[in-house]
Design a protein around this ligand. Structure first.
Ligand code: PLP
Length: 234
């Protein structure tokens, strides 16, 4: 078995323990394999082991990989999620190549994605990224501005607002990890109470996926636990 297949099995076991501890069915948590910095061959290996959903942070790298995977495995069922920072002049290729975007934090970006989404592809699935760590984080919408932003994004025609995403400040202590994830869940609950139909909490990475699942994550975004340590060329 390849290392990636073995790692996927280990991650699956961790997810299994966490859903059991939370009393949730396994089917309520989707594993998003974060393949940023790894080549298309790594994605193909994960696909051979049964993985279907992949997350990318860097636009050009992501598009190159999407195209390489499509050439190697034409028609294979694969779902691409954009999870990185979005520049407003780069929205069109995101709207045309990806199935999901987790990192929307401004109305202007959402409007552009909606305008540029080819209607024949169906609505682009959107999560609003929220800053739940205050000063410790630069990215994500302010929780105070979230209700207004969510209402406006939910009204855009070619998007489907699915839920919220967060990257909390790194914490070693499981209790502190859970507190941050619980804040995101509470924000989603309050938006639902206002009538928004949200089914997604995108939270949890290699170091904190169990805490995230205990607090209701429906998508965990796992990179290094599947593909190994990242090396950034610089
Ligand atoms: C890189 C990244 C991940 C995966 O992180 P790991 O710690 O390697 O699991 C998840 N989400 C986002 C937004 C990322 O940028």
């Amino acid at each position: 078995m390849s290392i990636i297949a073995e790692n996927l099995q280990a991650v699956e076991a961790t997810i299994g323990r966490a859903v059991d501890a939370a009393g949730r069915p396994r089917s309520t948590v989707q594993l998003l394999a974060v393949s940023k910095t790894f080549p298309a061959e790594a994605v193909l290996e994960a696909m051979a082991a049964g993985q279907r959903a992949f997350g990318e942070n860097y636009l050009q790298e992501g598009i190159d990989k999407i195209e390489a995977v499509a050439r190697a495995q034409p028609g294979a069922p694969v779902e691409w999620h954009f999870i990185g920072p979005i520049q407003s002049n780069k929205t069109r290729p995101i709207a045309t190549h990806f199935h999901w975007v987790h990192s929307v934090e401004r109305l202007k970006i959402a409007q552009r994605l909606s305008e540029q989404r080819p209607p024949e592809l169906g609505p682009l699935n959107i999560c609003l990224q929220v800053n739940i760590s205050g000063e410790a984080s630069k990215s994500g919408a302010d929780p105070d501005e979230l209700p207004e932003l969510a209402r406006q994004v939910a009204a855009l025609p070619n998007l489907r607002l699915r839920g919220l995403m967060a990257i909390p400040e790194r914490q070693a202590e499981p209790e502190l990890q859970r507190q941050a994830f619980a804040r995101l869940r509470a924000l989603a609950d309050s938006l639902r109470a206002e009538g928004l139909l949200l089914d997604t909490l995108s939270m949890g990475m290699s170091g904190d996926m169990e805490a995230a699942i205990l607090e209701g994550a429906t998508i965990v975004r796992i990179g290094s636990a599947i593909f190994g340590a990242r090396h950034y060329a610089e």
